[in-house]
Design a protein. Structure first.
Length: 172
């Protein structure tokens, strides 16, 4: 079994979601939001770093998955998002957690079936896929979706490696 921490980075609100994966089976562990305060970006980045570090210390994930920065119309927002990602990634790397990254469209495709899914659709699918009684906040739902996307990719890679090993063994 592998514990996966998903991160939906933001300079004001960073969502996190934790799932356990055993083969194709996913089990909800926890989710929530790290809310920053103040106007100073450096202070907010420190809060994100500390928050992710505490989550890792408490839940001991083996892997961390995070959403990639997408370039939108506002370059300043994209830069701040990139810095929030950096703070979360550094927290994971500092504690020896393997880090993978996924594009927003890839995440939505993995959990909803379309890369253009709305936040409400992602929230709904988190309830369906993880048997949750109520929808988590959108940032936490997005983070759970990142973790599930990583779990799907991880399981696919494992299966492909197994198939390759069987083929290689048959050739010997």
């Amino acid at each position: 079994m592998t514990r996966i921490l998903g991160i939906d980075p933001g300079s004001r609100i960073t969502g996190y979601g934790i799932v356990d994966q055993d083969g194709q089976r996913l089990c909800y562990v926890a989710s929530g939001c790290i809310r920053t305060r103040g106007d100073a970006l450096a202070e907010r980045l420190g809060i994100i770093f500390d928050g992710v570090s505490r989550i890792i210390a408490e839940f001991q994930p083996g892997e961390l998955a995070i959403e990639r920065v997408f370039l939108n119309k506002n370059a300043d927002s994209a830069l701040k998002l990139g810095q929030a990602r950096g703070a979360a990634i550094c927290a994971g790397v500092q504690q020896g957690v393997v880090v993978d990254e996924y594009a927003a469209r890839e995440i939505k495709q993995a959990v909803v079936g379309t890369g253009a899914a709305s936040k409400e659709q992602v929230q709904h699918m988190m309830c369906v896929l993880l048997s949750l009684q109520r929808s988590p906040p959108s940032d936490a739902a997005d983070a759970l979706a990142v973790a599930i996307c990583h779990g799907h990719h991880r399981e696919t890679r494992r299966r492909m490696q197994s198939m390759q090993a069987l083929r290689d063994g048959a050739r010997s």
